[in-house]
Design a protein around this ligand. Structure first.
Ligand code: G1P
Ligand code: ZN
Length: 547
């Protein structure tokens, strides 16, 4: 084995987005593309000529196509960088929340997660890489920005020429002076979850015949859900479906929402539907919850978990506070207010919750994009959310639907929908946002599409812990009655641009809470079109996906 220093030249566009660097697999397959990014990361972390002496790196991914190849490259680069130890999930596998748990439990200095989350996989699909820090959470913007800047100045990459190691076998192996320890990908995460929930109560629930259908969407959540829900909690075999992680997710889109988890929705709407449905995404940090014949909106899910948190052992002491991303509905704000706890509003992306969690200011957080989590790790956690719901159903004796309706009854329903316009030419999407922003000074107080706008702005966030400022996080148009439309461009796509339009209206009247969301939101949909001229800019008559 020898350490090599190989010449390289910068690639354009290695700037991480909402959650890491995501590109087509074919982009990552270019010689030195991955190497450059990892070299830049290590240069920023350890200094250009510095070593990671004595440090532990965690490594794993969602098992998508190219995961196994990328793992071998990164191991050899970690060895060249002098890491004392790399903890690698067996087979190169670690779900995103599990990676966070491993970093925290083993005192690692950080971890590299290989995932493009819910984006499709396979040779023509997407791949991704992100770095999580010692707290187990996604690197903050100042770090991702520094990595990007370093990618633009690279001249060499350092890598060992060692042979590939066996990644499917537990135990220790050596590359240069670095010990690579292949670990069970489930164990640490399971230990953390066991400490939070009443497994006996959930076991008893299944023993009483409660039926769950957990759709792992052919992704990495499968092994975790099988081990815990079927293995430890005694749910019948077959409760977890599509449980085997496939490199291309069976050609499907591993995103747990009504559009892409349509098979699960169909099962929960059927006459003989199970009591509860759940799904997780490509890297198992997202979750979707369904009751029998009933879809739970992610924003409502966060509100329900907040309202009932003290019924679960891990949160019996109460919540320090809660946080939601700005476009997430205000349902949790209303619950938090009634409970007398703080509620923070952050930009989109889990990295913005990290400081609040580390500072002990919040316990639960969530996003409208099917993400919920807590201070047990520093990522959103799909399985955690499912266990939380199971625990609540077990100890309250209420169904999923009853739990949601309870919150609606007390706080009103935040009727909510997100409309996505995918595959817009980037310049057209930028023009739409620029036109919106240009109107901001005059929107407040004006009447558009028959509706009186109270105020409008471009969301800017000052982190209450470190004072860092993130600007231009989404245009908000808010009416007198607190109804609102939010516009922002996605930061996770790999082709063109995606416009996200978030619509929310509060309905206090129980007699009107069952009006279908798209009907109840029709005036806001008209307002969105009037202010943003979506049709004009995109040439699209309807959203690609509505959740
Ligand atoms: C999307 C979601 C966001 C989530 C992120 C990573 O980002 O909207 O809430 O944190 O995926 O899962 P976006 O594509 O909107 O930038
Ligand atoms: Zn994900």
């Amino acid at each position: 084995m020898t350490l090599q220093s190989l010449p390289t030249t910068p690639f354009a566009g290695q700037l991480p987005g909402t959650s890491g660097l995501r590109k087509k697999v074919t982009v990552f397959q270019q010689p030195r593309y991955l190497e450059n990014f990892v070299q830049a990361l290590f240069d920023v972390l350890h200094g250009e000529h510095g070593l990671a002496t004595g440090q532990t790196l965690v490594l794993g991914g969602d098992g998508r196509f190219h995961n196994r190849t990328a793992v071998q490259t990164i191991l050899k680069m970690a060895a060249a960088r002098g890491y004392a130890r790399v903890l690698l999930g067996r087979g190169g596998i670690l779900s995103t929340p599990a990676a966070s748990a491993v970093i925290r439990r083993h005192g690692a200095s950080g971890g590299i997660i290989l995932s493009a989350s819910h984006n499709p996989g396979g040779p023509d699909g997407d791949f991704g890489i992100k770095y999580n820090a010692a707290n187990g959470g996604p690197a903050p913007e100042k770090l991702t920005q520094a990595i990007y800047e370093r990618t633009q100045a690279l001249e060499r990459v350092q890598i060992s020429d060692a042979a590939d190691i066996a990644i499917d076998m537990l135990g220790m192996q050596q590359i240069e002076d670095t010990t690579v320890e292949v670990i069970d990908p489930v164990e640490d995460h399971a230990t953390v979850l066991r400490g939070l929930f009443d497994f006996d109560a959930i076991r008893a629930l299944f023993a009483r015949g409660f039926r769950l259908r957990y759709d792992a969407m052919w992704a990495v959540g499968g092994p975790y859900a099988k081990a815990i829900i079927e293995g430890e909690l005694g749910a019948p075999a077959g409760t977890v479906v599509h449980a085997e992680p496939l490199e291309d997710f069976g050609g499907l889109h591993p995103d747990p929402n009504p559009a892409y988890a349509d098979d699960l929705v169909a099962h929960l709407m059927a006459a003989d539907a199970p009591d509860m449905g759940a799904a997780s995404d490509g890297d198992a940090d997202r979750n979707m919850i369904l009751g029998r014949g009933f879809l739970v909106s992610p924003s409502d899910s966060l509100a329900v978990l907040t309202a009932h948190a003290t019924k679960v052992p891990g949160y019996a002491q109460g919540l320090k506070g809660v946080a939601r991303s700005m476009p997430t509905s205000t349902a949790v704000d209303r619950v938090a207010k009634a409970m007398g706890i703080a509620c923070y509003e952050t930009p989109t992306g889990w990295k913005f919750f990290g400081n609040l969690l580390d500072a002990g200011q919040v316990t639960l957080c969530g996003e409208e994009s099917y993400g919920t989590g807590s201070d047990h790790v520093r990522e959103k956690d799909g399985l955690w959310a499912v266990l939380f719901w199971l625990n609540l159903v077990a100890v309250t004796g209420q169904s999923v639907e009853q739990l949601v309706r309870g919150v609606w009854k007390e706080h009103g329903r935040c009727v909510y929908s997100r409309h996505d316009y995918d595959g817009i030419a980037t310049d057209k999407a930028n023009a739409l946002m620029a036109e919106l922003r240009a109107q901001l000074p005059s929107l407040g107080g004006s009447t558009v599409a028959g509706q009186q706008i109270a105020w409008a702005d471009d969301f800017s966030y000052t982190d209450p812990v470190d004072g860092s400022v993130s600007q231009k996080q989404g245009v908000r148009v808010v009416l007198e009655d607190s109804s609102r439309v939010v516009f922002r461009l996605s930061g996770t796509g790999t082709e063109g641009a995606t416009l996200r339009v978030y619509l929310e209206r509060h309905e206090p009247d129980a007699g009107r809470q069952d009006i279908p969301a798209q009907t109840a939101l029709a005036p806001l949909i008209a307002l969105a079109e009037a202010v943003a001229r979506i049709r004009h800019h995109t040439g699209m008559d309807a959203p690609t996906v509505m959740t």
